[in-house]
Design a protein around this ligand. Structure first.
Ligand code: C2G
Length: 130
C-alpha cells in the first residue's frame, strides 16, 4: 500500500484545494492530510485563518479522497509526520517547489502545479469588496 501525505491550511476551502487533493490521492492508495494549526498560520502569515483549525479539519476529513487528517503544528516537523504516518510520497503545490526537498531521504517528494487564478486571499478580497 502506497501512502501519500500532503499539508495545507485549506482555509475558505475552494476548487484549487480539492484539485490538489484529488491529484495527490491519485498518486497512491491512501491520502493523509496535515492541516496547519491556527497558531502556525498566525506565525507564518500574521493573521488567523477565517475558519478555525477544527472546522478546516472537519471539511478536509469529509472529502472522499481523504483517508486521515491530523494537525500540522510546525513546518520543521515534516519529516517526523512523514515517518509517523508511514508516507511514501510527500505532495505539495508548486508554490512550495524545492522547499521540502530536505525530506527526500525518507520519502519521494512531488510538487504539483497550482490551479491558476483561485486563492483564499482573492476570495477574501472579493467578498470584502461586495
Ligand atoms: N493550491 C493549489 N491551487 C491553488 C491554491 C492552493 O493547488 N489555486 C494548493 C497549494 O499548493 C497547497 C494546498 O493547495 O498544496 C493547500 O494550500 P494552502 O491552504 O494555501 O496551504 P499553505 O498555507 O501553503 O500551507 O506545510 C506546509 C503548509 O502547511 C502549507
Amino acid at each position: 500500500e502506497r501512502t501519500v501525505i500532503t499539508f495545507g491550511t485549506f482555509d475558505v476551502f475552494h476548487v484549487g484545494h480539492i484539485r490538489v487533493l484529488q491529484r495527490a490521492a491519485a498518486l497512491g492508495d491512501r491520502l493523509v492530510v496535515g492541516v496547519s494549526a491556527d497558531a502556525l498560520n498566525l506565525a507564518k502569515k500574521g493573521r488567523a485563518p477565517v475558519y478555525s483549525q477544527d472546522e478546516r479539519m472537519e471539511i478536509v476529513a469529509s472529502l472522499r479522497v481523504v483517508d486521515e487528517v491530523f494537525v500540522e503544528e510546525s513546518l520543521e516537523q515534516k519529516r517526523d509526520y512523514i515517518i509517523e504516518h508511514g508516507a511514501d510520497v510527500l505532495v505539495m503545490g508548486d508554490d512550495w517547489a524545492g522547499k521540502f526537498d530536505w525530506v527526500g531521504d525518507v520519502c519521494k517528494v512531488v510538487y504539483l502545479p497550482r490551479t491558476p487564478s483561485v486563492s483564499t486571499t482573492g476570495i477574501i478580497e472579493h467578498i470584502a469588496s461586495l
